[in-house]
Design a protein around this ligand. Structure first.
Ligand code: CP
Ligand code: NVA
Length: 300
């Protein structure tokens, strides 16, 4: 069996391919032609172990707009939730559809699934990575400010799946990444090490934000960490993106958040709803960026 092309991490695409996807996403956004149906008859299966608004709607709407369709599969209603081996499920589902998207807890669930799938597998978030969100974030930056190469991005908060994907993007698109995270919540060393020369760690967001072109944050407790909420609120005190943090950055700096956001927790409401915030452009771009990705992966 010829190995299909998967999108599990940003390292699965080259820097040129990343830039091409961004260019294509911007073109698709600006040219909504209902007769353009390159994925006519194609089916995307979407497996969600965790909740989602943006990811589900953008993939489902995106497939429909490209002429194809999408199936929502929850482990609760499929045999996946009753213990059918991932390898068997991957073989069966991939024999019937053209692409499979998974959102899971364990990253290994997606990689194992991909090993046994005869069609492209897309990582729509695991505990380790969220590469689809970076396609949209980077599209947003390129659209509004141009190429991000040589710029400085500041990540504030948890060294989580989003932070990990920012580290991968820094390597791929050649930007500097400042990370302000509490000591016990640093990104994983295995993700950090390959980017060591372009990542700098800080213990407070004000210092990290200096001379930055983009400030990004995410929730303090990710999906699956709900019972740690209180403990994390204490640990992340002082790591909110406030107007003072934004004031340290360059005047034309943007603010991004993958959403859903908790106003006045990880981000002050005035920043989230302020003039530098592009969170809703970023959210809409999930649709355009993933349409470019689907077109790229689902080839005859
Ligand atoms: N940003 C993001 O992935 O949102 P959802 O959890 O709503 O899909
Ligand atoms: N870090 C968050 C991102 C949600 C899109 C989570 O994993 O819950």
């Amino acid at each position: 069996m010829m190995q299909p092309r998967h999108f599990i991490s940003l390292h699965d695409i080259s820097s040129d391919e990343f830039r091409d996807l961004i260019t294509r996403a911007i073109a698709l956004k600006n040219n909504r032609n209902p007769d353009f149906q390159p994925l006519k008859g194609k089916v995307l299966a979407m497996i969600f172990e965790k909740s989602s608004t943006r990811t589900r709607v953008s993939f489902e709407a995106g497939m429909a707009q490209l002429g194809g369709s999408a199936l929502f599969l929850s482990p609760r209603d499929t045999q996946l939730g009753r213990g059918e081996p991932l390898s068997d499920s991957a073989k069966v589902i991939s024999s019937m559809v053209d692409c499979i998207m998974l959102r899971t807890h364990d990253h290994a669930t997606v990689t194992t699934f991909a090993e046994h799938s005869s069609v492209p597998v897309i990582n729509a978030l695991t505990d380790l990575l969220h590469p689809c969100q970076l396609l949209a974030d980077m599209q947003t930056y390129f659209e509004l400010r141009g190429d991000i190469a040589g710029k400085t991005v500041t990540w504030v908060g948890d060294g989580n799946n989003m932070c990990h994907s920012y580290i991968n993007a820094a390597i791929s698109l050649d930007f500097k990444l400042n990370i302000a995270a509490p000591n016990n919540y640093l990104p994983e060393a295995s993700v950090l090490e390959p980017a060591a020369e372009r990542v700098q760690l800080f213990d407070n967001p004000e210092d990290a934000a200096k001379n930055s072109d983009l400030i990004v944050t995410d929730v303090w407790a990710s999906m699956g960490q709900e019972e740690e909420q209180q403990k994390r609120e204490l640990a992340f005190k002082g790591f909110q993106v406030t107007a003072k943090v934004m004031a340290q950055a360059n005047d034309d700096a943007l603010f991004m958040h993958c959403l859903p956001a908790h106003r006045d927790e990880e981000v002050a409401a005035e920043v989230m709803d302020g003039s530098q915030s592009v969170v809703f452009v970023e959210a809409e771009n999930r649709l355009h960026a993933q349409k470019a990705l689907l077109e790229f992966l689902i080839r005859d």
